[in-house]
Design a protein around this ligand. Sequence first.
Ligand code: FES
Ligand code: MG
Length: 581
Amino acid sequence: MTEQTPRRKRPEDLRSARWFGPADLRSFGHRSRAMQMGYAPEEWQGRPVIAILNTWSDLQPCHAHFKTRVEDVKRGILMAGGFPVELPALSLSETYLKPTSMLYRNMLAMDAEELLRAHPIDGVVLMGGCDKTTPALLLAATSMNLPAIYVPAGPMLRGNWHGKVLGSGSDSWKYWDELRAGKITEKDWGGVEAGIARSYGTCMTMGTASTMTAIAEAVGMVLPGGSSMLAADAGHIRLASESGRRIVDAVWEDLTPSRIQTHDAYENAIAVAMAMGCSTNAIIHLIAMAKRAGQDIGLKDFERYSRKVPVIGNVRPSGDKYLMEDFFYAGGILALMNSMKEHLHLDCLTINGRTLGENIEGAEVYNDDVIRPLTNPIYGEGSLAVLTGNLAPDGCVIKPAAMDQKFLKHSGPALVFDDYPSLKRAVDDESWEITADHVLVLRNAGPQGGPGMPEWGMLPMPKKLLKEGHRDMLRLSDARMSGTSYGACVLHVAPESFVGGPLALIKTGDIISIDVEARSIRVEISDDEMAARKAAWHPPEPRYERGYGYMFSKHIQQANEGCDFDFLRTDFGAPIKEPSI
Ligand code: FES
Ligand code: MG
């Protein structure tokens, strides 16, 4: 490590001392109001004030245990001599928030950043896990740059129905297609519904939640092994209190996110994401996070790592049968990272004050079918590929590890839909003239068009093709897809159609060609024809004329830039000053 270790903080150096210390009228108010809540001065004086940003709500099943888990975090903070304060933050439930939780990722990021800035806080424990919560909380902590530790909610238990293991998301899609194909009954479907989510915790496939918590750990913001700890395991309670203990020391050591989140740390995060067979959403969130940390990370870096890091985490949907519970028993993230350590920068500092290399040393794999050696991967190249071409000048993404390999190179006529309801009507029409060679296209589903870039990208398979026995076809959109989804789905087409990207200009019958090996995607029309169609294009009506959505439309960036608001980028404008007190 080249970095100089800063000297330990003294109590008078604490940020909160500005609120509680001075012998003036304002501080009198802060102290007397703390006493109003029953806290004696001995309980806060000279102690780090630790915020616990808790994203619990009654409509957030993945974080249901946070209502009480927060007490374990507090216990740890108290033990280590800190003063814990719980600050409820916006709760983003992937399941219930409409039109999509992605619309609100940046709202939570703003909420969390300003909660930290405006209050007398010295360090923070971030409690999240369900998809967008992880990036949102980390975006905030990174911009605020106070010592921060992330406590992931942990994966839920495996699903179970009639003795069959069920995986979040993936088996919903699978059995839904079986129901539509007439292969299972309504009663069976009811059994799947009751058995697929059996405990609190996040989706237990390698969806966005497990991907993003692994990334949070790889980048150095989670205690070792914390991202694979199951929500319902007693170890999760201990993780919570240990995180509470650790953050107090991290404040004294001034171990800020900027000391942890180096360019190398982000490369580690990308390498681990690839090895895990990550959700496509990882790309958007990681780019946004890296930019907040001032690191130049973009699609090119994903492509670079995709070419060299194979998928060794055999967890669905890239893997064929295992789930996060199996991954945990097989040794979890530490074992995975140790198995691929030649692709990692081992000298990166992490939140426990040790290096990544020290954290993973000796971590063993207990089941080498779940965590494969690099020499026996489940997919030889990385799980994601970035394609470019005249249809996506700023790139788009496909997940070769989770699709029918015959579509890796494919040409077919486009069937273009401008909105999701008309696409849905068409796919349910069994008289529709469609073959498995056609390319289904949905537009107006990007960051502005969606709005919020909903997870519609796994466009539903046409009923007619399902009944003929097909389970995959080439699909294309500017939407995202759930990390638990699978199929030959080209996503994140940038620029999006709503702002006039080439996707807005294609027509039903145009031939679309992809070649994943060559990383290319094209619509087979001439540049002149494309220019003529562009000249005739009219921008659609804005999605919002007031409220948060209006601000969102004005400031959201495209997928290849991470979908952050332009004004939230850490380097946007002059740094924000500390509040006057
Ligand atoms: Fe919360 Fe999947 S719905 S992690
Ligand atoms: Mg998801």
